[in-house]
Design a protein around this ligand. Structure first.
Ligand code: URA
Length: 433
């Protein structure tokens, strides 16, 4: 088999066989195929697409390129959740303990990564003492005992994806739906869960801005999951504005805990319950949507989910007095208000720009060696549909820098205010099974 023939075949729009895909991944991993040939293949895929069978074969080979986490020592049906990423997304801190309270084991490995804020494990490190590095045995024991553990990524999961992604990033071939779908699913499948619930974001703060693209990505990922024998469901959820009101690290943990304490942060609570509903049905705890939703609402309202969260934090060394008194979480030196300069209704928000502003405050990493400041971030006071008077506070910057004029402007410009009344955003667009 020759790589040049595989490139030509794909360039001409013909589907690649399983053997051809296995050949190119295996040989590329052994460094027997150069980056320039793989770049050419990525570009051919970008233009010609891939069939469902090709996408599943690519995913399978990327999984096989590295470790596959063995979760079999954990009792029960393991369900994982994955979000394609958005601004203010702290649902893991609500969904994890909620699903655990319903009896489903949640064994989650999460990354740090680059972005507007830290990743899940960075956010958890806002809690003094919390350890994200456990031995494999501790991780398994904690899930068996408390039904929930979240640790930093270990093992060499889907290294072929890492290599391909780095190449796609510099060859303008990231934006290919089959390549994105196989990239995400390879890492999820290698993480070892039996079933997967995907939260595919759509809108101004999402990786996929249009609903059509988000839906296509969701459908492709669900198909891959099924072909590789994982029950998979995708929810398409709104990301035209940040989720909830808090963006940052400590302040996202705080907002999630407040929801577990019963605070009605409507969009965040709705999405968390929707995700937990599908996870618990896939896990076999509940039979249908209504039963699941009503039971999960109760598990928040009666404090069981919060107790699971406390147990999980304590088991990983975290200081739970900080959860009991959230004012002890890291904070910032300054609080700077961003004010509206006209009256009307919040019509649109550039969620991405709010995320960029949070990163400028120090909440996220622009490069992988940057440090994160856990105490800084943005607290929104207004969201889409809210009425606003000139001079009202749109958002508060929780900053350690005194002069943040440029960041104030980014946040102010992210809001569009119009005189006509605007409806609130809906949260859930579609569920793909
Ligand atoms: N996220 C991933 O993990 N892979 C992609 O290709 C794009 C986004």
């Amino acid at each position: 088999m020759r790589m040049v023939d595989i490139i030509a075949k794909k360039r001409n729009g013909d589907p690649l066989t399983e053997q051809e895909i296995t050949f190119f991944i295996e040989e590329y991993m052994k460094e027997k195929i150069p980056d320039y040939q793989v770049s050419a293949l990525m570009m051919a895929i970008y233009y010609q697409g891939m069939t469902q069978e090709e996408t599943a074969n690519l995913t399978k080979n990327m999984v096989a390129s590295g470790d596959v986490i063995d979760l079999s020592p954990i009792e029960g049906h393991k369900v994982d959740k994955h979000s394609t990423g958005g601004v203010g997304d702290k649902t893991t801190f609500i969904v994890g303990p909620l699903v655990a309270a319903a009896g489903i084991p949640v064994a989650k490995m999460s990354g740090r990564g680059l972005g507007h804020t830290g990743g899940t494990v960075d956010k958890l490190e806002s809690i003094p003492g919390f350890k994200v590095e456990l031995t494999n045995q501790q991780f398994i024991d904690n899930v068996n005992k408390y039904k929930l553990s979240v640790v930093g990524q270990t093992g060499n999961l889907a290294p072929a994806d890492k290599k391909l992604y780095a190449l796609r990033d510099v060859t303008a071939t990231v934006d290919s739906i089959p390549l994105i779908a196989s990239s995400i699913m390879s890492k999820k499948i290698a993480s070892g869960a039996d079933s997967i619930v995907l939260d595919v974001k759509t809108g101004s703060g999402a990786f996929m801005k249009s609903f059509e693209d988000s839906k296509q990505l969701a459908e492709e990922m669900v198909t891959i999951g099924k072909q590789l024998e994982r029950q998979t469901i995708a929810i398409i959820s709104d990301m035209n504005q940040p989720l909830g009101y808090e963006i940052g690290n400590a302040n996202e943990v705080k907002e999630a805990v407040e929801v577990l304490q019963g605070k009605r942060v409507e969009d965040l609570r709705e999405l968390a319950i929707e995700l937990a509903t599908h996870m618990t049905i896939l896990g076999g705890v509940y039979q249908n949507y209504n039963e699941a939703t009503q039971s999960l609402e109760k598990l928040i309202d009666n404090g069981d989910a919060l107790n699971c969260f406390m147990d999980f934090i304590k088991a990983q060394g975290g200081d739970i007095t900080v959860i009991e008194d959230l004012s002890k979480l890291p904070g910032s030196s300054y609080k700077v208000e961003v004010k509206a300069d006209q009256k009307g209704y919040i019509h649109e928000m550039e969620a991405d720009e709010i995320g960029v502003a949070a990163m400028h405050l120090g909440a996220g990493r622009a490069t992988k060696d940057d440090d994160i400041n856990h105490g800084v971030g943005i607290t929104l006071r207004k969201k889409i549909g809210d009425p606003v008077e000139s001079g009202d506070t749109l958002a508060i910057l929780n900053s350690d820098q005194e002069n943040v004029e440029n960041i104030i402007n980014i946040v102010k410009d992210a809001y569009t205010i119009k005189s006509e009344k605007t409806n609130k955003q809906k949260m859930i667009y579609e569920v793909i099974k």
